[in-house]
Ligand binder design. Sequence first.
Ligand code: AKG
Ligand code: FE2
Length: 492
Amino acid sequence: MAATGDDTCYDRQAELKAFDETKAGVKGLVDAGIRELPRIFIHQPEPLPISSTPFPIPIVDLGSTDRASTVEKIREASETLGFFQVVNHGIPVSVMDGVVEGVRRFHDQDVEVRKRFYTRDPSKPLVYHSNYDLYSSPAASWRDSFYSFMAPTPPPPEELPEVCRDIQIEYSNEVMKLGRVLFGLLSEALKLNTNHLEDMDLDKGLAFFGHCYPACPQPELTMGGPKHTDYGFLTVLLQDEIGGLQINYNDEWVDVPPTPGALVINIGDLLQIISNDKLKSVEHRVLANKKGPRVSVACFFSTSIAPLTRRFLVIPLDGLFSRSLGSGNGIRFWKEVWCDSKPMLDCFPCLAALDENQDCTIADRVKQTENGLIFTWKWRRTPRDGREIQMIRRIEERCERVPIGQGEEKWHWELDNGVFSVASLRLAMDDMSLPRGGSRISENKSVPIKVRITSWRAALDSLPTKINLIRRGVALGDDLCPLCKHQPESVC
Ligand SMILES: O=C(O)CCC(=O)C(=O)O
Ligand SMILES: [Fe+2]
């Protein structure tokens, strides 16, 4: 099939299905000697540029005896890049090399053996397939993967592939130990007791992914892994020597080159949420490569489907709230989330530093007029041609995509004729088929974190309502709602 990215007149679903049904993955295409990419793999060109200047991803020495400085490095990296690397982490090199080889062996097995593991049923002890989002993503990526949930309840060893089962178990056990160390350091970075995140069970669920990125005949047309953020709490990534991982920093793609002996650690969405957006879950992607196969092992500390950690599952609140910005008078241009899932300050720190007033509001910088948006920039010095001017253009393009208007900012509750109550939120959440006794934090980053946490606590019925306080032995005069003074104060 000719490689034409804009050719949309074809039965994409049928081609995806045909590819999936081979159960041979991308490796099967490569083994068949394919020279042109099937069109299901062709990605639209990526708007963000690749950084021209190398940007070092911090390396943290976990063997250091200076704990305060280790915590500080982790805090700084987790609050800005969302990524750092660790060395002297306690996982023996032989185990690291062994697991990379084990994953390679799995993907190198005869196609008939691989096919026996090929499935999209997440309840299987080991799931092997190409592109977990094959049928939903705009373009498939040049990658095959297998995964298993290794904690809290690992699959019976005999259900794991013989070629890598021992090393998969051994490496996962090592990552679990490292997880406890990292969550201890991250707790301290958040100025909490060392055990805080561990006591919240963040280190209890682990998913093991063994990725393979076969050599690609036309790497410029596709991706090894599309841009995404990791959903869980924390990811421990081991990559082989080929490279290709990039993170989005300042709206540029920055390489995370392989460092021998190091592991790449990154913050996931759930840790960003429960840290009140202090720690950052940052977008990343993997380039396809002519060299290869590239192998990586990504271990995700996450809620998974594990019963132990189910109370952290996520629900979408999209559709329940909507926001109109108004003129943006009360919203700080650089420091608040209003245009994207993170503040402008995080996306463009250099430009924010150039602004005369980092606390300026949206209305100070952008106004909606009959002729479109008017920008009023106030820089400490004239922005330089090239990169700075390009970044200003990018900000202006972003602003065009949000409805800046007139008047005050407003949040609208979409249910119950716009009258918000915790009870209506609770009902809406229950409607979203929560598992019994469970609750989920919304991952919609445009909803303020306080609303997300309050919703989550409401669903757990852990808000300090009068009924709950009395139940816990707090002596109160009555249990009546202080507003209506008729009904007991509860979330029901
Ligand atoms: O293979 C890599 O380097 C990254 C994989 C990744 O980002 C993921 O599995 O979420
Ligand atoms: Fe990832």
